[in-house]
Design a protein around this ligand. Sequence first.
Ligand code: NAD
Ligand code: TDX
Length: 335
Amino acid sequence: MKLLVTGGAGFIGSNFVLYMAEKYPHYEIINIDALTYAGNLENLKSVEQHPNYRFVKADITDRSSLEALFAEGVDVVANFAAESHVDRSILEPDVFVKTNVLGTQTLLELAKQYGVTKFVQVSTDEVYGTLGETGLFTEETPLAANSPYSASKAGADLLVRAYHETFGLPVNITRCSNNYGPYQFPEKLIPLMIDNALQDKPLPVYGDGLNVRDWLYVEDHCSAIDLVIHKGVNGEVYNVGGRNERTNIHVVKTILAELGKPESLITYVKDRLGHDRRYAIDADKIRNELGWSPQHDYESGIRKTIQWYLDNREWMEGVLSGGYKDYFEKQYGER
Ligand code: NAD
Ligand code: TDX
């Protein structure tokens, strides 16, 4: 099997490459990534020497730089590449539309032209909008994206659907809830709060801190995508989530308690514009139809994650200093 992973230098993509390379050492894995601020090849150090792994620096919106790779023959595309941070999408929506919508359409076109056997679009629960106090997102929940980020992901989802309906492209869409774990860029809630707490800096909590997210340990997301690649019924959407709903303030307090830091570090700040109140995923379909089950609950996952950041301070320092950007040239030279 020849697997093309896009965005494999980012948080979830790099965890996925490591997961697949270990589980299927005989698969050929090609990782393409534009290495934006969020892409970090240091995440992939342990797989660099793997004989069946290859990294190619490329932008998913640039068809000409991808064509040769597809012409070599690709079986499966797993599209993780995206602009992923909601706050950035509020400040600068253009690049979200370019990468998330146009980039996905460029990949779909190549997948159609070169006849891939599966195209998995890694999407998000945020395309469904927001929930009130009760209820869960199912695959039938109408799309009602509220941020430029989620709107661009919803646009991509509709293009993926359209390539299935119109051209018969064998696709799946996965819609996962909030991930956490190793290698997450410290603009996102959990690594940001761990890092600030370790440095005794204020922990900025948006609004009243009572927004709810449904947390999933990243490895459990990887196992879901693995299953969808191998067993997903073409054209189907699969929600992914572990029923770990927590308020943001609860998450922040868990981190402070685990690190032995005082709650006086918590600082309430201005709310995010258009801040979705609550996400919660009904994952019965992937559980019942594909046999997926997550291996981590919130308590064990968050402890493991905090320990990883404690054990990998140099990774965080590299990210915060921007030092990881030198890594590509050191490792691969100019291209
Ligand atoms: P991330 O920001 O950590 O990584 C994104 C990666 O994509 C980076 O390596 C970046 O360099 C690369 N990239 C960006 N623009 C590119 C382009 N034009 N061409 C090629 N590569 C490009 O994001 P993440 O948190 O790992 O999310 C990965 C995917 O999973 C995204 O599609 C996101 O929407 C989705 N998702 C994320 C979560 C979450 O909680 N983080 C939850 C559900 C779904
Ligand atoms: O400093 C902060 N303070 C704060 O209160 C940050 C960065 C966030 N928050 C709140 C906003 C959200 O309610 O914490 C919650 C989580 O925020 P993020 O980590 O930015 O994640 P979210 O906006 O929920 O989106 C994430 O999950 C779905 C990913 O970034 C998306 O890529 C994914 O699709």
